[in-house]
Write a protein of this length. Structure first.
Length: 210
């Protein structure tokens, strides 16, 4: 039996996922949480084979939670789920330590196949996006600028978009405010924007935030 833990801040999605898996004999949701801190506490008790992690959480982003999971539970497989297109975040998530990435609009059969693959120690990307990710890993990179940020830069960008101050970012990521400011400068340069206001406009145009 695959014991899955789902971290998603939407109660309806968690409930729907549990109902979906009731038809499967080998997969069950045996733990759930709506926030990162709650999830980490529950996962410390053990007894789970895979984490299903939403990338778009209130408070800490799924990428931030993923970084914590990799530090505390390096062997625990994580399948990232998102309403965002795979092209936008799949490579970032995989570089950050996820075992798989799947859009939430995937067919139920594909989701179940992804859970089984990742829980068994494999990886999973949809057939549609896998060749593009492989090309990106080989250096054939035609992605928009925000998808070329490093994992840390991407995390900081998301926090800046939420209005988190440099001091708060430094405390959360355990880095100095000077380092946060340096990352912010690099992010703005890579995206070709001059400040936070333009960063927000860029994010809206690219569908990063709504």
């Amino acid at each position: 039996m695959i014991r899955a833990f789902v971290l998603d801040d939407h109660t309806i999605f968690r409930s729907g996922l549990k109902r979906l898996l009731l038809d499967e004999s080998d997969v069950r949701i045996t733990g759930e949480a709506r926030g990162g801190t709650e999830a980490i506490e529950a996962l410390r008790g053990g007894g789970f084979d895979i984490v299903l992690l939403d990338i778009n959480l209130e408070g800490r982003s799924g990428l931030e939670v993923l970084a914590t999971l990799r530090r505390e539970f390096p062997a625990l497989p994580v399948l990232m789920l998102s309403m965002y297109p795979e092209e936008q975040y799949a490579l970032v998530a995989m570089k950050a330590g996820a075992s798989g990435y799947l859009a939430k609009d995937a067919e139920p059969e594909e989701l179940i196949a992804a859970i089984r693959s990742v829980a068994a120690g494999g990886s999973y990307l949809s057939a549609r996006v896998a060749p593009h990710v492989q090309d990106q890993l080989k250096g054939l990179d035609d992605r928009p600028p925000h998808q070329r940020l490093t994992v840390r830069e991407h995390q900081i960008m998301l926090m800046l978009l939420k209005g988190t101050s440099p001091t708060e970012i430094g405390e959360e990521m355990m880095i100095s405010v000077k380092t946060v400011s340096a990352h912010r400068t690099h992010i703005l340069e890579k995206l070709g924007v001059s400040g936070t206001a333009e960063l927000v406009l860029y994010a809206v145009r690219q569908g990063i935030i709504h």
